[in-house]
Design a protein around this ligand. Sequence first.
Ligand SMILES: [Zn+2]
Length: 601
Amino acid sequence: MREIFKYTEDYLKKTEKRRNNMYVCPKCSKPIAAIRPFVEYSLFCMSCQKIGNLFELVRLFEKDKNYLTDEEIEQYLKEFLKLDITTEIEIDNALDFYEKNGFDLVPIIKNGKIPIEKEWTTKEHKNKKEWKDWLNNGLNIGIKTGKCSNVIVIDFDGEIPEELSKSNTLKQKTKNGMHFFFRYDSDLPKTRIDKLKIDIENNGGQVVAYPSIVEDCKRTINLEEISELPNDWKKFILSKINKRTTLNLEEEKKFEINEDFHEDLIKEGNRHHIMMSLGGILRRKLNMYDTTFVLDILNKKLSSPSMSRIEFDNIVKSLEKYTSYDDVEIAKKILDYIRRCPDQEATAADIQFGLYLKKAEVDKTLGYLLKEEYIIKKNRTFHLLQKVDWRDTFMGESNPIKFKMPYFHDSATFRDGDMLVIGAKAKVGKTHIAMNIIKRLVAQGIKPYYACLESGSRFPIISQSLALKEGDYWNSLKFKPESSELKENSITIIDWLLPGDYANTDKIFAHLSNQLIRFGGLLIVFVQIRDSNAEFFAKDMVAFFPSFVCKYLYNDDSDGSTGYFKIEYMRESVDNRKKLSIPCKYDMFSKELKRLDEIGD
Ligand SMILES: [Zn+2]
């Protein structure tokens, strides 16, 4: 997915397309659309279905951008929304520059600095298309230094001398320092000058280059022409290199003489296994850099023979993967923990002490879970937003439902994400109808969610009369129609919206629609209608959001045992009839509500 899609909401807000919790649909102009984060942050309209991703939205909303390419729109959005993102056009410019200068690149592990190819120094990659493939697969890229790319790089970790910072040449800013590129010069060796915190990269080296991201940090590059290394600088560096080698040799000697190393402690046969296991243990306390440092000493001082550079790099690479696996385990534990908490909410401290984790670990993982939208933060508590396996169980968009909708299956086609509204007068047994719908769903092997909003409801008794048993359906007395989450891909029945809620009806319906678009499934909402004329209280809203609207009315002369569903609106009627009535009979003894055409003679 393109990074820019995450800013769909920002774009719609900035262009004032937001109404309540929903967005204006560019096709039908009604404020009944919502963003689906898991479908590339595309916009979905209750009526027009899928509208499209951010690029398509810009084309629909801004007619003058109709003929722009995706890349041009991305560039426009970066400036319009003032985003800190790297656009395709910018990436292309840099890669063109690398190609023009004859750079030889190497694929690098994601978010890191290690080449993924074995024997990478002997291979050549000078093709822009190949580089783009690496980047599209999430890899980083490195520029090989030395003769093959006709460059050397001076890599400053610390403060940069003023004379050099002014030099006009290709420069790349890194997290803590700066890379200066100069034309290839065979006199300088690839080496490190500790005292100056300088690395000289020449033959056999590489530097990770823009647009790579290293440890979540972006690099920037100026794309200026590469100059020759100034002469005084060359002299200065060469003088420092000589000093450094003698000093280090002495240090190393001291090290070896004073310490009694068993230089053959680790043998070739189990070398790999020991290094991996030790690395895993070290990683629990040390970061990757420190772990690599310790393993390097073990490899040089205790292994007989020492591993080759490539073999060692592979161990480091495996350890990095192993670590991200650890993080996933912690994330799962934290989600499980929150799920088990009362009201499925917990503070960072709850989690830390409940799971015996370190604060830093908890903070880091919560940050990840927030970013990935598994949880949300309200004040100091974290709430579950969805199941971990949401993506695995995500149904396709707007598929027809796979079960028979009780009472209405032959009147209309129902789709994933639909909302049904059933109106009834105050005295009409809405809970009886709701329980009958549940019974018919349970009979099809479905376990629906029943949200009871009426205090002192008799649903447990009605439920028993209908021979429903515990475990057949979920129920809750705590559902809040204006803020509660729907369960993904499930059927929820709300019994019923209180008259006191009608002032907020637009907000409630907007919230529920948003939830449906986001999590799919099906929602049946019971609402009260006026006793006098049997009209809906919030007529506008009822006309707006649902795909199916009906009322249950008693026959005029009835004691409540005969009545009918009066269908007032169907988005997709089966035989194109717009209105329809379905006569029913209620059995006082079995509590069953049956369609007349279901009852034999
Ligand atoms: Zn629409």
